[in-house]
Design a protein around this ligand. Structure first.
Ligand SMILES: C[S@@+](CC[C@H](N)C(=O)[O-])C[C@H]1O[C@@H](n2cnc3c(N)ncnc32)[C@H](O)[C@@H]1O
Length: 271
């Protein structure tokens, strides 16, 4: 079990996670940006391993496209939400989603032991920020991917202008600069989750040891981070335009360096 991890905050957050994040308009735009980069990597009926699936939003998305998804998380509360979401889908989508426990800090699970034929290992919106050391999960992804398979990870970066400005304007300099040290604590219902913010170059260099990098994209570079999603609900037409610009510019500097999350896409090369 991950010694760095206190699972309870996500168990507690799970029932409200969709209302507080996934169903918000900005989160939907941001998730759609990730899908636009990742969907084209997949051939028909691909096999996907998702790490830190949360409430199963992406698992359902991929299953609806006809892919088979192994949706994993360390939080039983989150896995329960994923199972619930799966049950509300038509049978053919339901059948394509397997829900299982997997700790990204110590990634092995009996159900996956003999697998080495995944087409995609995917992790979205900061699941890997709950893990200090990414080496084991990168190694594990390499082991379970088929040659030519892809890795797509959306990770919270260290320098997020929106978050800095938003909190600084509120006079909250502690939160404005919370990412800069590379680690902070997220408190939820009396429990604490430690959150690490790797540098983009550090993640890129680590992935490079095993994969060929295809691209790094800013996700939430012009759009606000979660605490400031309210502005998108207040001015949806304006921010829809902003989302459009972000989508077009996501792989370019400075959007691919200064952002809430960065998406790194890489490929396992044949040995
Ligand atoms: C911010 S949520 C993102 C959820 C989902 N990927 C999404 O896009 O909405 C982070 C998720 O990472 C999970 N998580 C935290 N630590 C983890 C670990 N060590 N291994 C696997 N998942 C973990 C949490 O339980 C939570 O579901």
């Amino acid at each position: 079990m991950n010694g760095d991890l206190h699972v309870r905050p996500f168990d507690t957050a799970a029932p409200r996670y969709d209302a507080q994040f996934s169903r918000r308009i900005a989160a939907r735009w941001l998730r759609a940006m990730v899908h636009r980069r990742v969907d084209p990597l997949l051939a028909n009926d691909s096999l996907i391993l998702e790490i830190g699936c949360g409430t199963g939003e992406d698992a359902v998305h991929f299953a609806r496209q006809g892919h088979r998804v192994f949706a994993t998380d360390v939080s039983e509360g989150m896995l329960e939400e994923t199972r619930r979401k799966r049950e509300s889908e038509p049978a053919q989508t339901r059948r394509r989603i397997t829900v299982a426990t997997l700790d990204a800090a110590d990634p092995c699970t009996p159900a996956l032991e003999s697998s080495s034929d995944f087409d995609l290992v995917f992790s979205n919106f900061g699941a890997l920020n709950c893990v200090r050391n990414h080496e084991p999960v990168i190694e594990f992804a390499h082991d379970v991917l088929r040659p030519g398979g892809h890795l797509a990870l959306t990770v919270m970066g260290r320098y997020c202008p929106w978050e800095f400005l938003g909190f600084a304007l509120r006079g909250d300099f502690k939160r404005a600069t919370r990412r800069w040290q590379g680690v902070s604590d997220w408190r939820q219902a009396g429990a604490t989750q430690r959150v690490w913010y790797p540098t983009i170059s550090g993640t890129r260099d680590l992935c490079r040891t095993r994969f060929r990098i295809h691209g790094i994209f800013g996700i939430g570079a012009l759009l606000p981070s979660t605490e400031f999603f309210g502005v998108c609900e207040r001015w949806p037409r304006l921010f829809r335009g902003v989302a459009h610009v972000e989508d077009i510019m996501a792989s370019h500097w400075p959007l691919n360096r200064l952002n809430d999350h960065f998406l790194i896409v890489a490929q396992k090369v044949a040995e």
